[in-house]
Design a protein around this ligand. Sequence first.
Ligand code: PLP
Length: 401
Amino acid sequence: MYWKRRFFENIGATSVTPQSFEISRAQGCWIIDSKGDKYLDFLSGFNVTNIGHSNEQVIRAINAQAQQYMHTTVYGEHIQSIQIKLAHLLLSLLPSSLDCSYFLSTGSEAIDAAIKLARSATGKSGIIACRNSYHGSTIGAESLRSDTEERNVFYPLLPDVRFINFGINEDLHFISPQTSCVIIEVIQAEAGVRMATDDYFLALRKKCDECNALLIFDEIQTGIGRTGKLFAFQHTQIIPDILLTGKALGAGLPLAALISSKNILSSFQTNPVLSYITTFGGNPVCCAAAFAGLQYLLASNLMENSKQNESIIRKNMTHSLIREIRGKGLFIAIELDPRIRRNDFIQKAYEKKLLLDGFLFEHNSLRIMPPLDISEADLNSGLQILLEILDWYKINLESRS
Ligand code: PLP
């Protein structure tokens, strides 16, 4: 009670109804509260804990780096071998055109940096983004949010942003010679996990090339193994000019990266000099966590597991109140019958010790994104809770009709 009272008194809030769940510790796919109750995590801290909570290899790497040095100066001035090791490993897993990494701290910061880079590298200002995408909360990232009428307290936002519908080929004609960049997710997360076709991505790449516009993939949610490959774009046949990763990259610590070609990234050095500077981007302790986390992911079968777990979810989640299951790997949305109030459903799951959430722009779907190290038994026990709640709704809805 003490911490709860102090939380409401001293901590700035983001909503009037915070979950206010008091954490004691977390391990694997379990979060333990202050009373010692265990909750099954189907959220992964919004796709941060892909390799599970409290991974021992990551903790050892953090300790070792903290004992060596933690912060020497702002990003980009000193040679810190752990940054180089991480960049080298990441780049070795990517197509050769993506050969240079710029480290930052958060996803929103990576988005803002990418906007600046695209404008300075192309000399153009136009930006194309998709309706119903969330790219972060800084003013640059906020400007890429299409429901801005409701958010007009923040006006004026960035000019020259045009919104298109995700996955719709006909909208690609809005990309023009004035476009500096197209910022797009490979799988649209907050729209409720929406996919696009191979043909769409091929047409998108072609149109960007024709207009000399940089193609920027925001893989801040979909990256680091979540969809069964290291990055979701590796399911497509195209390569972006700029790849953004964050969230799970730091294996629990704040780290993001803007990955592009040496040529494009040179704009930060020269046009103008010090175009983007950051104190904590690429912090060595965060890089140590990320390096250990990435090594762990690559040596494990977690990416393969996430594909198998997708099949388990699709096979076991059959119910008359489920409308659709969308997604790839453990990046899944379950769309419910519209008569069910999603937030009530989430509350019922919480009472049964299953942590769930929904999406910003889709109000009928549940977010099913557990840590990739979840066992088949734990996954099934979580799915069983969902089915029990659905049965409860079925009885109640039938008795009402
Ligand atoms: N891009 C996407 C697709 C996201 O989902 C988010 C955060 O949820 C961001 C960017 C912003 O990341 P951050 O919260 O680390 O600033």
